[in-house]
Write a protein that binds this ligand. Structure first.
Ligand code: SF4
Ligand code: SF4
Length: 339
């Protein structure tokens, strides 16, 4: 009966012409019932870098830990059983630093998961074979030349990243099926987008331009916005304002996120596990997905009272001046590319 009702309502909702409205209603109606489609498995909180814009500089406590094998395999097996077939293997650290990352990737691909990984690419050369099986690789780079790269990716080497990315492209050139590769840059006022594009776009399928805001911390069970500690990041960041009419975040409905210790947390913004929804070492994945804690957060969104997440980046947008500057930079490349 429940299934019949769900399908009936879904058919009605599908007829709504406006995609945004349609998705919104669909999520509001079914968010509490649907299982997530993605499991985020944060395999490690260890990182070789100390990027000045990374939340690790502010909120990370301790040197970081690797996920235990038992936790990883439990999560994957249970997700597989529940039909959750997409996984992101990153959140708070450099995933390629987990000693068993290659085995993990092979295991997931044997079970036909869609695997997404993000990396600063400093250790790419040690993992070519396993990475060639991944569906989507995201390079996190930031720099448009040696100087800017080594500032924004502190402790990383420009020569290493360039040679690794070139060599991986070469490695993949003989393969029929290749991972989709994107590269992202968190743009601020000083970012030279044209140079960034000129330097990296030839090695990837897509370049993503994000906007640098501050970082986020958690206080008394709520996410809190913080300015960057780093002076250069602070001086160059764009200005933001509250977005109008946005009171929805898909993360809490569509993903379930696990920290390296095996705890389910609200989302990948929760680096230190401040909002815990369950623990895979004690409870099954299905129970965590249906837990009162997760349902309570979903209900906050469905009621339109987003108290826990009020300060999150999702609810902010650039102010007009910043947007003009950002769009101006982008249109420079688009003109060059004839878009
Ligand atoms: S490489 Fe990523 S996780 Fe590591 S410090 Fe930089 S932004 Fe943070
Ligand atoms: S609104 Fe922000 S903090 Fe809340 S679930 Fe979404 S991404 Fe996470």
């Amino acid at each position: 009966m429940r299934k019949y009702l769900k399908n009936f309502l879904l058919r009605r909702v599908k007829k709504i012409g406006n995609a945004g409205v349609r998705d919104r209603i669909k999520k509001r109606l079914f968010g509490g019932l649907f299982f997530p489609s993605t499991i985020v498995i944060d395999v490690t909180s260890i990182c070789n870098a100390e990027c000045p814009f990374c939340p690790r500089t502010l909120v990370s406590s301790g040197p970081g830990v690797n996920m235990e094998d038992q936790v990883f395999y439990d999560l994957v097996d249970q997700a597989d059983h529940l039909g959750i077939k997409e996984t992101r293997l990153y959140a708070s650290g450099e995933s390629l630093l987990h000693p068993n990352i290659d085995k993990y990737i092979r295991y997931l691909k044997d079970k036909k998961f869609h695997v997404i990984i993000s990396t600063n690419a400093q250790f790419l050369d040690r993992h070519f074979e396993a990475l060639s099986k991944v569906d989507w690789i995201k390079y996190s780079i930031e720099g448009w030349d040696r100087k800017s790269y080594e500032y924004y990716r502190k402790n990383c080497s420009y020569d290493v990243v360039l040679s690794n990315i070139r060599a991986f492209k070469e490695y993949l050139s003989g393969q029929k099926i290749k991972p989709y590769i994107s590269i992202s840059v968190m743009v601020n006022r000083e970012t030279d987008i044209e140079k960034f594009n000129g330097l990296w776009s030839k090695y990837v399928d897509r370049v993503d331009y994000g906007k640098t805001m501050g970082v986020f911390d958690w206080e008394e069970g709520r996410i809190r916005y913080r300015d960057f500690k780093d002076e250069r990041c602070r001086a160059n960041m764009y200005s933001f304002q509250l977005r109008k009419n946005v009171d929805y975040c898909a993360n809490i409905f569509e993903t379930i996120t696990f920290s390296p210790s095996g705890k389910a947390v609200i989302c990948c913004q929760d680096f230190n596990g401040r909002i815990v929804l369950g623990d895979i070492k004690k409870t099954g994945l299905k129970e965590i997905i249906r837990s009162p804690a997760r349902r309570a957060l979903q209900n906050e969104f469905m009621r339109g009272s987003i108290d826990t997440c009020k300060d999150c980046v999702i609810f902010y947008e650039m102010d007009d001046r910043s947007r003009d500057d950002f769009n101006g930079k982008l249109s420079g490349i688009q003109k060059k590319e004839g878009v």
